[in-house]
Design a protein around this ligand. Sequence first.
Ligand code: AMP
Length: 644
Amino acid sequence: MINPFSKLGISDDVVNAVKALGFENPTPIQEQAIPVLLEGSNDFVGLAQTGTGKTAAFGLPLLELIDFKSNKPQALILCPTRELCLQIANDIRNFSKNTPNASVVAVYGGANIMQQLREIRNGVQIVVATPGRMLDIIGRKAIDFSNVKYVVLDEADEMLNMGFQEDINDILSTTPDDKKTWLFSATMPPEVRRIAKNYMDNPTELTMGTKNTGNVNIEHEYYIVKARDKYAALKRIVDYNPDIFGVVFCKTKMDTQDVAEHLIKDGYNADALHGDLSQQQRDKVMQRFRDRNMQLLIATDVAARGIDVNNVTHVINYALPDEIESYTHRSGRTGRAGKTGVSICIINAKETGKIRQIERIIGKQFTKAELPTGFDVCEKQLFGLVHRVHNVEVNEEQIDKYMSRINDEFADLSKEEVIKKFASLEFNRFLEYYQNAPDLNLSADDRGDRGDRRERGERGERGGRGAEAGYARLFINVGSVDEFTRGDLLSFVCNNGRISGKAVGKIDLKGVFSFVEVESAVAETLLANFKDVQHNGREVRIEVSGDAPRSSSRGGDRGGRGGRDGFGGERRGGYGGERRSGGYGGDRRSSGGGSGRRDRGERSSGGSSEGGFRDFSGRSREERSGGSGRREGGNGGSDRRRRS
Ligand code: AMP
């Protein structure tokens, strides 16, 4: 039987390589794009979602079209993030592992440029690059693109979102006029259309699947809750899905950090991924997630761009994206490679209009779901425990020596009683937390006066934790993990902001960030003076905390008030030992709070690649290209660019 990839025109070496990767049949995008791209004579625009097999759709034809006898760069693939860059390079190396003399280089910021230059000097045919570092290398005249025949712009919409338009123009201007350009994008906003128009000659256009249709394997759900109940809703969703392996999207870095911190405090195995982390820290977080040593990754849009992790069960939109089209990217983190997944939005009643807009874009309907009641969660957890106990592997050798003592302890109980007590151990804990848990669901109609009052109430509450009268509350992205004490932070802020210590009020030292209150009269001076400040090679950011993470702080507030909080504390404390010893959810806690914090501890000495953030603040390209890949030192750069 002829291999389906051979039928599409792929040669044996490459077919054998993809077979070894477990690719038996082409995905729909591969089926459609490969024959067209193999002709090699046309520009191409592919509207394709993430996780659909896009890389092989352009990677396999490239391997057929490149002359591997020559060691000159013939294909350039540009993509938005370092993660994606590494992913694509790795995939193409795998596809070409039986292709003699094939060489692929990944060129991205935040890594040693000398090594990349060496690889280029040794001869490569395929360059996979993020735009900033590529420009650096072009600026050093270290690469010759005169033989480039194919340029692939992958995730073009995201590259434009991240402000790479000008860089792309500059890079493309160094490639021959007669090269072919292949553009892939999950969405087709006017800016991407413009690129297609400006750089391409009558491109063949393919829409993979129905136009704008999201991945069919993804279910889309939304929950309507009061804004201040978002964190509780998130916890309820997670508790109801004990085996969740998910990505939670927040809008800002601060929210991301804050939600992650609260989840960790509450005993969940979570961590944050955002642009204020150095590349090293980001890599570490991603590795834990990839290895499934972490259950919940809390991320900003930009930081999550390169995430290509299979088997993500849930994407949770803790906040809807500002640009509705980003929803496609977010939800595409689940339902990959034929798996099913759920994309959840936790919204307030006023946001239902946005859900309708998203529905129009993805061409699919959302289900309005109801948050499980406390009782539902208890039941789900109870039976989760029962199944786990039933299936747990017994270490006969180790447990044997304790069995007679254990039996003695239970001698006065019947089998039924032992089972009942054992199940109650976990059930009671959830029951205690959830027995008075309110219904968090709202209907879309709950948006009138009551909704307004709610919003007002929320602001009131926020005001409660705001600055004292006459003071401004400032957020600063350093904290105890940077080995700051309150005193250190006071001098740091005063010295760099050039204000007197007398003007500083309360200092709230947190883990990776802190809040500092300063007299309103000096706040502006401080902010104006506090420019280009670095700590351990990281750019220090200070800003008015008006948009401090509200929903999660609510979680924190709530945490402080009795019943519910007891849950988090109990989880980490009293029950810890038992859990670790193999009881329910041991994984979650033992590798949760603990390793999360450990990671953060390590962050304090994090890499210096973040120094590059400031490059977005308006330095000229000459200045920028003098350095080594600072722009992409981390997605932090990207985040920053997006904000500005
Ligand atoms: P991509 O959209 O290129 O990031 O691919 C998404 C995932 O699908 C990756 O894990 C690929 O390894 C996998 N994949 C791509 N093509 C195929 C195929 N034809 N059969 C099975 N898995 C595939």
